[in-house]
Design a protein around this ligand. Structure first.
Ligand code: ADP
Ligand code: MG
Length: 715
């Protein structure tokens, strides 16, 4: 770990007396504190103010800088209040229009002033004009470098930021932290004369003040070698810190857990109503190998919805329990904990009983008494399995001997919560093994970058006998038609999920509420009977219902006694009712892609052919947004979770993907995983070598790029 102060360290005593100005505060908020932070704050784009264009030679639509004398300055009221300034550059006249302006504008642009204005030239009946050009008084020489435009925030003018960045650039230590042999091996850095790679100092000076002869395109698409150098630096910092986290973890100890012949693990396998798929066997072996070591496991188990992650988790739990340890299972919500782990608990409970062991549930809604009993069973070690929500990591929970923690839907948990879970054991002098599960497969580039400190096991095969789900798009205007068809489907004994986005009428969003839909479907299915003569029932499930009611509704649906389940997105993850074969998602255009895929994964779990209907409601102009269209199209085109994840990454970028991990974790600012894979591969290959060969430089590099932020990567 870099042991230097984080970037927000207190300023020296003298500075503390003086309150920060608004722009200083804004700088701090952007994390621009140390000179190096400023030096690494790179332009978004550039403006060319090095040249003047004569209006007589200009072309319509060009962005140009002109210089001239103001010959008129007046406020017009029609067709809209605006400031109209006439500028004469000696070759022609141009009207500058400002729709928002202050008295200071009028003063600076008063008749007789010589100014430079920069903007897009428009032609027209009345000659040239520019709308809201940038302008300044025409004093001094033209700049000889392109003018950088920096990412900024409210209260931080570009001019102030430019000065601050240049000052940072002068003061920061810019010495290279990447050894020459590593740079030589990096693709794309060596276009400079003689094949010498760009140094950090050269690259930074160049990017902050590029000369006007540089093709703007190479700067703006960031393919220029100076940009490549910066991106390589950034990716290397990320890889170094993750390698370091991995190394530090490898110095900690965890209990070695081995499956015993004839033990719980084998008993569980024998009791299962199915045989494992090859993919399940493979990942179960990977996990078993980790558990048998004294280095704490730090593994992500990923697999598409329905791929059968739960049984793999149960096998790991069996090994830990068999060895006399405790296992904790966490899911983000109560209903998910129940739905997802219900099966696992059902498998293990009968096997635990003969050993005098129990299962403890910890949930928010428990009575004090029930909770106290659970806490006691956990502390005494009688509870071999502890299942619940965040309640599992609360202060009062004391484990007897926790050896394995399983976290479902890991992206929904915050870093702090994962750290707290691990801390549960550290006072005992060991770390728990950690297995995180996710139904949102992480695209390869993300796994290589943000998740480089995790080992990943992938279930890439669905259990046999599943028929692929057919996905259909349907405009909301054809809702009645859909309901009529559902009636026929239900009459044939099919079970239907109907997912609504909101439970209360919200005028602003105009979403249909689940309660109204429930009433509507109940009416539509009136008089319909199942084969056994019992009436086809429509149930309602939403997040504000008491836990016991939710449970009762789910139980009825799971038993087949209920034909249609109208629900808000509480069913998103973890619900397992293999007989359900129709999924209707209302306002599908409002859901994220991975959420849609998760919801769709609730059907297609049994042998019946399943359908997923995506009802969408275009806006008043009859249109869907581009990204909504992309999401719906992706759903129709593929059922493959990896392909969905890849497209989701394209549509939303990595920030959303990383979920809770993103908060506080430094996202890549410059590198783009879609285009910079070559640099990522390079950083991945060199990070461990640099940590071995030049640890001091490696630490300096991390400190420069990550400051105090690298702690987050360890969770
Ligand atoms: P997920 O990966 O989404 O958590 P689950 O673990 O809930 O998937 O499994 C989905 C369904 O498939 C469950 O009903 C489970 O019992 C069943 N299942 C799991 N593995 C197999 C298998 N090898 N053969 C048949 N069914 C299986
Ligand atoms: Mg699951």
């Amino acid at each position: 770990m870099p042991r230097t102060a984080p970037p927000s360290a207190a300023p020296p005593a003298a500075a503390a007396v003086k309150p920060l100005s608004a722009p200083q505060k804004a700088l701090r908020k952007l994390g621009l504190v140390r000179p190096i932070d400023l030096a690494l704050h790179l332009p978004l784009r550039y403006e060319d103010e090095t040249r003047l264009t004569h209006l007589a030679q200009a072309r319509e639509g060009e962005v140009v800088q002109i210089e001239g004398t103001v010959t008129a300055c007046e406020v017009a009221l029609r067709p809209k209040r605006q400031l109209l300034v006439t500028l004469d550059d000696g070759s022609a006249i141009c009207t500058l229009r400002f729709f928002s302006f202050y008295p200071s504008h009028q003063k600076a642009l008063s008749v007789g002033a010589r100014i430079r204005a920069r903007g897009e030239l428009r032609g027209g009946l009345w000659g040239w004009s520019m709308v809201h050009p940038s302008f300044r008084s025409a004093q001094g020489e033209l700049p000889d470098a392109l003018t950088p435009v920096y990412p900024s925030s409210a209260g931080l003018p570009q001019a102030y930021l430019r000065r601050a960045v240049l000052a940072g650039l002068q003061r920061a230590d810019l010495s290279d932290t990447i050894p020459p042999e590593a740079l030589q091996a990096c693709p794309g850095l060596c276009s400079r004369g003689g094949g010498r790679p760009w140094s950090l100092r050269e690259a930074l000076h160049f990017l902050h003040q590029p000369t006007p002869d540089v093709p703007l395109a190479a700067l703006e698409d960031r393919s220029h070698p100076a940009w490549q150098r910066l991106k390589a630096e950034e990716l290397l910092a990320q890889q170094l810190s993750q390698h370091l986290a991995r190394r530090e973890r490898s110095t900690l100890s965890a209990p070695a857990l081995c499956a015993q012949p004839g033990g719980l693990h084998e008993q569980l396998l024998a009791a299962l109503p199915f045989v494992l798929t090859a993919a399940q066997r493979r990942v179960a072996d990977e996990i078993a190998r980790d558990l048998a070591r004294t280095v704490p496991m730090h593994r992500l188990l990923q697999g598409d919805v329905g791929s059968g992650k739960t049984v793999v988790a149960a096998l790991a739990a069996a090994v830990a329990i068999d060895a006399g340890w405790q296992c904790a299972l966490m899911a983000p919500t109560e209903i998910l904990a129940e739905q997802h782990f219900g099966k696992l608990v059902g498998w293990l409970t009968p096997l635990l009983a003969p050993r005098g062991k129990t299962v403890a549930w910890l949930t928010g809604g428990q009575t004090k008494k029930a909770r106290a009993a659970m806490l006691h069973a956990i502390a005494s070690g009688e509870a071999a399995l502890v299942v619940g929500t965040h309640a599992v990591i609360q202060e009062q929970v004391r484990f007897h001997r926790l050896a394995l923690a399983l976290i479902d839907e890991q992206h929904r948990f915050g870093v702090a919560q994962r750290l707290a879970l691990r801390a549960k054991m550290q006072d005992a002098g060991w770390e728990p093994h950690l297995l995180m599960m996710s139904a949102t497969p992480i695209p390869r580039t993300l796994a290589m970058s943000y998740y480089a400190d995790l080992d990943v096991s992938t279930i890439d095969e669905l259990p046999p006998g599943r028929t692929p789900i057919v996905t259909k798009l349907l405009a909301d205007s054809r809702r009645d038609e859909l309901i009529a068809r559902l009636r026929a489907q239900v009459a044939q004994g099919r079970q239907v999920y109907w997912v609504c986005p909101l439970i209360e009428e919200s005028e602003a969003l105009d979403l249909r509420n689940a309660t109204a839909t429930h009433a509507e479907l109940s009416a539509a299915l009136q008089g319909l009977c199942h084969a056994d003569g019992s009436p086809a029932r429509v149930g309602l499930l939403h997040s504000r219902m008491p836990a016991a009611d939710k449970k009762a509704v789910m139980a009825q649906f799971a038993s087949g006694a209920m034909a249609v389940l109208v629900s808000t997105t509480v069913i998103e993850v973890g619900v397992d009712v293999p007989t359900a074969s129709v999924m209707v998602i209302e306002h599908a255009e409002r859901f994220g892609l991975s959420q849609l895929h998760q919801l769709r994964g609730r059907v297609g779990r049994g042998t019946a052919a399943s359908v997923c209907v995506l009802l969408y409601a275009p806006n008043e102009q009859g249109r869907l947004s581009d990204s909504a269209r992309d999401r719906l199209r992706a759903m129709v085109e593929t059922n493959d979770g990896f392909e969905i994840a890849r497209r989701d990454l394209d549509i939303r970028g990595p920030g959303e993907f990383l979920g809770a991990r993103q908060s506080g974790a430094p996202l890549l600012r410059f590198a783009d995983l879609a285009t910079d894979t070559h640099l990522l591969e390079w950083a991945r290959a060199w990070a461990p070598r640099l940590l071995d060969q030049s640890p001091e430089l490696a630490h300096k590099h991390m400190d420069r790029w990550l400051g105090g932020k690298s702690d987050y990567l360890k969770a």
